[in-house]
Each structure stands twice: as structure tokens, then as C-alpha cells.
Design a protein around this ligand. Sequence first.
Ligand code: CP
Ligand code: NVA
Length: 305
Amino acid sequence: MKRNFVDLWDISPEEGWLILQDALNIKRGLEGEKYLEGKNIALYFTKPSTRTRVSFEVAIAQLGGRAIFLQESNLQLSRGEDIKDTARTLSRYIQGLIIRTDAHKKLEEFALYSDIPVINALTDTAHPCQILSDIFTLYETFGEDLQRVKIAYVGDGNNVCNTWLVGAGLFGLKLFVATPKGYEPSSFYYQAGEDLCKVTGGSLYLTTNPVEAVKEAHVVYTDVWVSMNQDRKEEKLEALKPYQLRAELLIHARPDVKVMHCLPARKGEEIEEEVFEAHADFIFTQAENRLHAQKALLKFLFTQR
Ligand code: CP
Ligand code: NVA
């Protein structure tokens, strides 16, 4: 049966742990099988991308497959062809479809009408490949202690934040989220995360107080304040100012705190340049791990029976 990866809940906790373990084996060079031999996988992105596009294209090539990048303006979709007709056509040529777009429901429609696995490479609502990979980075760092680690997400309650709620639920993690009033994550994703926490023993805590979230945290995570497809509004930037990752805020975290950023970063906004540079090595390992985690994800999705 074909498997999609539209949201993190499309995999079970057991499958999630399997993917993390596989990603570790792949990174350590213990896995070299060409799971995508003879497979053509298309990437259809309507928003810019550096990490996701390149890491997926390289992952597909390293697994023996072929990536086809579809430019939006060159597809009949741009002239109004239905998503469901595009999905049904592409399903006759290719074996997988990786999509980055705006509305989450467009991606769901692709998934519904495709006979092949559809992977979410970011929507306005969710970024599951990012969070799966970030949890892999934490697994690699903390190993068996992962579920005891305090993780704080500080900033805008956006697609990345929404998906963190589900990721913490799926893997039974301890997540604190600090966002300003009016910029909270989606209550739907929060509920999905809570439901998973009941099964996995994870915990979610939402606050407007960044100091409370960061206090004694092992990991502090942030993302841009203005996401793709959003307008830059002064009012929002003003509300987010106390949530900037700066030295005075991080003083409340553990001295060995790991700072994470999914990138791209807007230094001086959600993170001070000095803080970014002090943690750059970890942040770029986080970026590197997109490749290893996505190879494990592709292996998982394309070896299903
Ligand atoms: N983090 C991430 O998804 O980066 P890109 O937008 O460069 O793909
Ligand atoms: N929240 C950001 C993430 C970029 C990887 C955005 O959607 O633009």
C-alpha cells in the first residue's frame, strides 16, 4: 500500500523510531543499498528552497533514483489544470512526488488523487521533514536520554512550531512552546500532539513567557518571524521582540544548551548574530541531517509492501 508523508502522524511512533535508527546507520555509512533504483521522483515546489530541495535531490541520487524538478510556471497547473488531474497524470509516470506549496489542503488533494507516495516538503501549516530530521539530530546528540531532554521552541507559532507539537507527541518528548499572544500555534496540531502524548508519554506546555520556556532547557529552537507567503507586519515584529534568542534570554537555559534553527535565519530578528555564530556548528549539523533523515524516510516510504 502506498504511504504518504503529509503530516508527522502519517507514521506511527514505532515507525518513527525505526526511521531515526536507520538515519543514524545511513549517516555512519552502514547502509548503502540503492533503494530507489529505477525510480523517478518529482519535486514540485511553489516556494523557494535551499536545504529541502538540494538534500532531497542528493538523497534520491545517492539511493540510486532520479529526481525531476518541476517548475510551477512550466506545468499546466499554472494555467488552471486541476490538482486531481495533475496528480492522476503524474502517477502514471513517476513513483513519488515531493511537494512544497502554500495551502495544506492542496497537498492533501495531491495525496488523495495520487497512486504514489506524496511527501510534504513544507506548507503554510506544516513542515514534517524538517521536524523528523531535527528529532534525528537530537537523537544523535542525546541518544537514549532524548525523552528526558527539555526542548523549548521560542518565537512565531508557525508551520515549524505546529509540527514540533506533533513531533514531540510522536516521539514522547518534553516540549515547551513560548509564543506571543495572537501568534500561537494551531490548536488542531496542538490537539494532535496531545493525543499522541497520551500514548507516548510526551508533554506539551504552551506559554507566552519565553523565560519560563527556556529555563533549564537543553535545547532552544527558533524560526523566522515572517514565513514564506506571509506579509511583514510591524505589529507582529514588535510582539515577537521579547522572544529573540539573545544572550540574556539563553542565560536561563542550561550552560550546555543546544541552539537550533531550521534556516534560513534572519539574524538580528529571531536570533542575535552572536548567538547564531556561537551555535553555528550545531545548526549546520542540523541542516546536514536533512539529507540523512530524508534518505531514511525515502527508504521507509519506498520499501513498503
Ligand atoms: N529549512 C528548510 O526547509 O530550508 P529551505 O527553505 O532552504 O528548504
Ligand atoms: N517557517 C518558515 C520555514 C522555512 C523553512 C517558512 O515557512 O518560511
